[in-house]
Design a protein around this ligand. Structure first.
Ligand SMILES: NC(=O)C1=CN([C@@H]2O[C@H](COP(=O)(O)OP(=O)(O)OC[C@H]3O[C@@H](n4cnc5c(N)ncnc54)[C@H](OP(=O)(O)O)[C@@H]3O)[C@@H](O)[C@H]2O)[C@@H](O)CC1
Ligand SMILES: [K+]
Length: 490
């Protein structure tokens, strides 16, 4: 089961239930203690400067400061806007003072630290940070120290991953987040500002919601070693249709990825004039000069480099009418966005169908500006899934997968190296490969998204699209070897 992500409303409901059951101070004490424990494990000993803001995020920070002291740190507690406003945070501050401990108002007067902790603002930030709090954010970002944000990097909208206002906020090396993941930690600006995300449920039982973070368990069958008693037919026959003039490479990248991730056979139909009849780098691929009969295939990918010609449209219409599982990408999505009859054909499909738009393609489908998608990626991916009836993969920083029912998954891995030409073509081929091998539809999509992200995460830059599928296949191979080794008698 995926890790739950709570939205603000759901978090508030849970907070109210916990408040009745155990008192909110119990949660704050657990949050601060967990953060201190994690910090002391990763930055042992030394000096810590802790910034505490006006709300309960500040309360978490004060508990963290108290707990760091217990663990042998020298700690300076900074309250840039003076004493906190919430009763709970004030209680924690009274505890700090009852031990004869001082506070500072100006972080610049603190000593050099090995670790700095941001407890300025959490999920309660509604307006841009200004004044002394903004100075504290800048001080934090300038430190040559290990930077830890509590719950959310201050300044970030915890749901959208955009800065509240135009001024950037805290950039952390690690974010310790409480009760559940927050979608904003993984998307837009949040994908960089959060650093490593560590989540603790604070020993509370978290209800299931419609949004989860993808975990390996979500595609466990794909990670299983494949059967020995098999032949290439067992692993299906994938069709890849695309590659109009000047864009043959897109279809080849998709087809190669399909082969590399395990489809038994892959046949490519290219729309380009004088299209090549062989891929000399991947001679295992088959090519068809004639339009493919989709009914003869176990799965199909249509779109990479397809173009928007009449012929492209015709091929898309045939693919949509076919009864094999289908991955629809790139130009095929632009065609659907511009032609209602294609959208209707998509909606009427009854077999597994996945579409893989990036922000701009998604915006075309919804007929909105891409900024609207960026401002609320979670609801945007749900809207696209609802309007198209297809499982939707919204690519980009914070890749999301949504079903028509609005069940949604978030990829926790951001990889800047994947922002490269052809990366999406590879993803479509990878999903196609799993469809061809007859894995469960949702598992196929989640598995491909995660293996694609993990392949990219191994590189900071300089990865070309053609290298993604081999890297992903290697990661899959390693996982399967691990499972096989675990099952061998010792
Ligand atoms: N949910 C849970 O169960 C648990 C929650 N926990 C923790 O609580 C955090 C949420 O706490 P929170 O609601 O008090 O919000 P938070 O982000 O600390 O700040 C809001 C305060 O800031 C103020 N303020 C806002 N903008 C401002 C600005 N620009 N400049 C200046 N002031 C500004 C605002 O005041 P107002 O808007 O009323 O003026 C309000 O006082 C959460 O992130 C987690 O860390 C944990 O203890 C575990 C259990
Ligand atoms: K914070």
């Amino acid at each position: 089961m995926s890790l739950t992500v709570l939205n603000l409303e759901e978090a508030r409901e849970l907070e109210a239930r916990c408040a009745n059951r155990m008192g909110l101070d119990a949660l704050m004490r657990r949050a601060g203690a967990f953060a201190a424990e994690w910090i002391s494990e990763h930055v042992p000993g030394g000096h810590a400067v802790v910034l505490a803001g006006p709300g309960n995020n500040g309360g978490d920070a004060i508990v963290c400061a108290l707990e760091l002291k217990k663990r042998g740190f020298t700690v300076e507690l900074v309250l840039p806007g003076g004493d906190p406003k919430t009763e709970l945070a004030r209680t924690m501050l009274a505890e700090w003072r009852s031990r004869g401990l001082e506070t500072l108002e100006d972080p610049y007067s603190a000593m050099k630290a090995q670790v700095v902790v941001d407890g300025l603002f959490g999920t309660g930030l509604k307006r841009p940070i200004t004044g002394d709090y903004m100075d504290a954010v800048q001080w934090f970002n300038e430190r040559m120290a290990y930077k830890v944000a509590l719950d959310v990097p201050s300044g970030l909208n915890s749901e959208t991953g955009l800065w509240v206002g135009t001024v950037p906020g805290v950039r952390a090396d690690a974010t310790i987040t409480f009760l559940s993941h927050k979608s904003g930690l993984f998307m837009n600006e949040g994908a960089d500002a959060s650093g490593t995300v560590v989540m603790t449920e604070l020993d509370v039982s978290i209800p299931l919601t419609r949004l989860g973070v993808i975990e390996s368990a979500d595609f466990a069958h794909i990670l299983e070693p494949r059967r020995n008693f098999s032949h290439k037919g067992t692993f299906g026959h994938l069709a890849v249709v695309g590659g109009a003039n000047g864009h043959v490479g897109a279809a080849l990248l998709s087809a190669r990825a399909g082969l590399k991730l395990g489809a038994g056979t892959v046949t490519v139909e290219l729309l380009a004039d004088n299209a090549p009849a062989v891929d000399l780098v991947q001679p295992e691929l088959m090519f068809s000069a004639e339009p493919l009969d989709f009914e003869k295939f176990t799965a199909a990918v249509i779109g990479p480099g397809l173009g928007t010609s009449e012929r492209a449209k015709e091929r898309l219409r045939a693919a949509l009418a076919a009864s094999c599982p289908l991955v629809i990408d790139a130009d095929a999505l632009n065609l659907i966005a511009a032609d209602k009859s294609l959208l209707t054909a998509l909606l009427h499909r009854t077999v597994a169908t996945v579409i893989t738009p990036h922000e701009v393609e998604g915006a075309r489908i919804l007929h909105v500006d891409p900024k609207v998608i960026q401002a609320d990626r979670v609801n945007a991916v749900r809207d696209i899934a609802l309007q198209t009836g297809a499982i939707t993969v919204l690519k980009g920083p914070g890749t999301l997968v949504a079903m028509r029912s609005s069940r949604t998954w978030l990829s926790p891995i951001g990889a800047t190296s994947l922002a490269t030409a052809g990366s999406g073509d590879v993803l479509s081929g990878m999903i196609g490969a799993f469809f061809a091998q007859r894995y469960d539809t949702v598992e196929s999509v989640l598995g491909a998204v995660m293996l694609h992200a993990r392949a990219g995460a191994g590189h900071l830059a300089g990865l070309t699209a053609g290298e993604i599928a081999p890297a992903a296949a290697w990661i899959l191979e390693e996982e399967r070897r691990k499972i096989r080794a675990e099952r061998q008698p010792q």
